[in-house]
Design a protein around this ligand. Structure first.
Ligand SMILES: [Ca+2]
Ligand SMILES: [Ca+2]
Ligand SMILES: [Ca+2]
Length: 537
């Protein structure tokens, strides 16, 4: 391993050790001096479940044999998606996630892995965990593992665990699952919150649901069928408020969404009318009903694509492949495209013409490799390299660029911040070999995408620009909670906000966390950055 790599691991280890010291993370473990979880626990501690005690005791005063443990608390998933929980135990084990039995192997056995069925979890929504275990004799192993979006099969780290059990008063387990595309029937179901007797259902076309979106009030059943039907291809938002038996006490639910299937191709990406598209985009869409193939038209005038002019026919793509890669495009240029659905029997269902405009690219993080010299931290200089701040660019081990939490393409930039120690800010900087003209084709707005992570301390996010005359200015995001958002946020900054900086001669861009001009002790975390460009919005 490279010197750089070794230094990085040491530093991340220090960060994790610090986080562990300030927060009581893990599940509550209660140890009983019998195999039946009976009586009072003789040992209680907060921990994650990753034990191989061999023939030994888990800790005084528990003996090496004939004991049992109950771990309780909650888990906060970092990403939305399907998770598979499993146990590795010697001897018996039972596991519940969100109150549902996931593993039940309550018998004497040598170390055995028992996986559960996949469970859909929402990013940032705590779910209850209960694991019960007993050891009879001989060796003893107790491990709680998971795998999920961006998480290889591994013991669940303490940072995702809390020793308190969340109150399950909110409606949960939406069906269709949150974000589901291609929904055919608007039948909505959910699991009521604990103590929820009545349900208020809100359904609308915007995530800001109001009283006007109330479609069912104080109903008893946890199911809703929207009779008039919904617009094909449209995205809908819904929320269920759980009401207790007093008919008054209300627990508002999370806002969920789904997208109805359409007859034509729909849900284009880049979105129709996007002004910040990559110059190397992958065009994707969702299929109209009964589509077996997709005829792709692509060109740089509306007329040509409408009239299927020569050169716009890009051929057929067969379901379930729904991607067209047009190659390198011009920056600050508008392109048009259309997908016609070929149905069984050959009927053609022509789609609408969509358009997008490319940005002037600054960095989409796709070019970085794991070779030293072309790694992400060789271009984006962090505090580990220049010693100026508490920033750390890139993952601790290869792949150094982030490949799971990505906005566009295959890679994004992970940026760790540690504002616990002086100078109390964390900054990464990129210098351009030659001054960049960010005013071509009337470009006037910097755009970037960012998202945070569970466990991040809120912090001010800022971008600074420096021109060829060494004039610089910084702009801060208005809300420090930006570092805790679990979805990508688009941040647009008019170049005129960088007062005194010449946008036609940009030499450096800085991205930082904290307040560089008025530094104060802060916390730690990791944010992700992707798709930096300049646009004409
Ligand atoms: Ca034993
Ligand atoms: Ca045993
Ligand atoms: Ca990218």
């Amino acid at each position: 391993m490279s010197t750089r790599g070794t230094r990085r691991i040491v530093m991340v280890g220090v960060l994790l050790a610090f986080c562990g010291a300030v927060q009581a993370q893990g599940l509550k473990g209660e140890y009983f001096p019998n195999m039946t979880l009976s009586g009072q626990p003789v040992l209680t501690r907060t921990e994650n479940v990753g034990f191989n005690w061999g023939g030994g005791s888990p800790g005084d005063p528990v003996a090496a044999d004939s004991f049992s443990v109950r771990w309780t608390g909650s888990l906060t998933p970092p990403e939305s998606g399907l998770y598979i929980f499993s146990t590795n135990s010697d001897d018996g084990v039972r596991l519940w996630v969100g109150g549902d039995s996931v593993v039940n192997n309550w018998s004497d056995h040598s170390a055995t892995v028992n996986p559960g069925a996949p469970i859909y979890l929402e990013a940032g929504e705590p779910v209850s965990i209960r694991m019960e275990y007993y050891e009879n004799g001989g060796d003893a192993v107790a491990q709680l593992l998971w795998r999920g979006p961006g998480i290889e099969n591994q013991i669940i780290a303490a940072e995702f665990l809390t020793p308190t059990v969340p109150l399950n008063v909110k409606a949960r387990k939406p069906n269709p699952t949150n974000g589901a595309p291609n929904v055919m029937a608007p039948l909505l179901e959910w699991t009521p919150g604990d103590g929820g007797v009545f349900h208020d259902v809100y359904l609308g076309s915007s995530p800001d649901l109001t009283a006007a979106d109330l479609v069912a009030s104080h109903q008893f059943v946890a199911i809703y069928y929207h009779v008039p039907g919904l617009t094909p291809g449209a995205t809908y938002y819904w929320r269920v408020d759980e009401i207790e038996k007093d008919g008054v006490t209300t627990h508002p639910g999370s806002v969920w969404s789904f997208t109805m299937q359409a007859t034509t191709a729909y849900h284009p990406s880049p979105a129709d009318g996007a002004t910040d598209a990559s110059v190397t985009p992958s065009l994707t869409w969702l299929p109209g009903s009964a589509a077996t193939k997709h005829q792709v038209y692509f060109g740089n005038t509306l007329d040509a694509v409408q009239q299927e002019a020569a050169g716009t026919d890009k051929g057929l793509v067969a379901e379930p492949n729904r991607v067209f890669v047009p190659g390198a495009l011009e920056s600050m240029t508008t392109y048009y495209w259309r997908i016609d659905e070929i149905l069984t029997g050959g009927t053609v269902q022509a789609g609408p013409v969509w358009r997008f405009t490319t940005c002037l690219p600054v960095d989409d993080f796709e070019s970085y490799t794991d070779e030293l010299g072309s790694a992400i931290f060789d271009t984006w200089i962090d505090g580990l390299t220049n010693g100026l701040s508490g920033s750390l660019v890139g993952n601790a081990t290869a792949p150094f660029a982030e490949q799971t939490v990505v906005h566009g393409g295959l890679q994004a930039m992970p940026l760790d911040y540690n504002n616990v120690n002086t100078p109390f800010y964390s900054e990464a900087e990129r210098a351009f070999a030659s001054a960049q003209d960010w005013t071509v084709s009337e470009a006037n707005t910097l755009v970037l995408y960012t998202r945070g992570r569970v466990g991040n301390t809120p912090a001010q996010l800022y971008v600074a620009l420096e021109d060829a005359s060494a004039k610089s200015a910084a702009v801060a995001y208005p809300d420090t909670a930006i570092t805790t958002t679990l979805h990508w946020i688009q941040w647009k900054i008019p170049l005129t906000d960088f007062a005194g900086v010449n946008p036609a001669k940009i030499k450096k861009i800085y991205i930082g966390l904290g307040d560089k001009s008025n530094p104060a002790k802060g916390g730690t975390g990791r944010i992700f950055i992707d798709d930096i460009g300049v646009i004409k919005p």
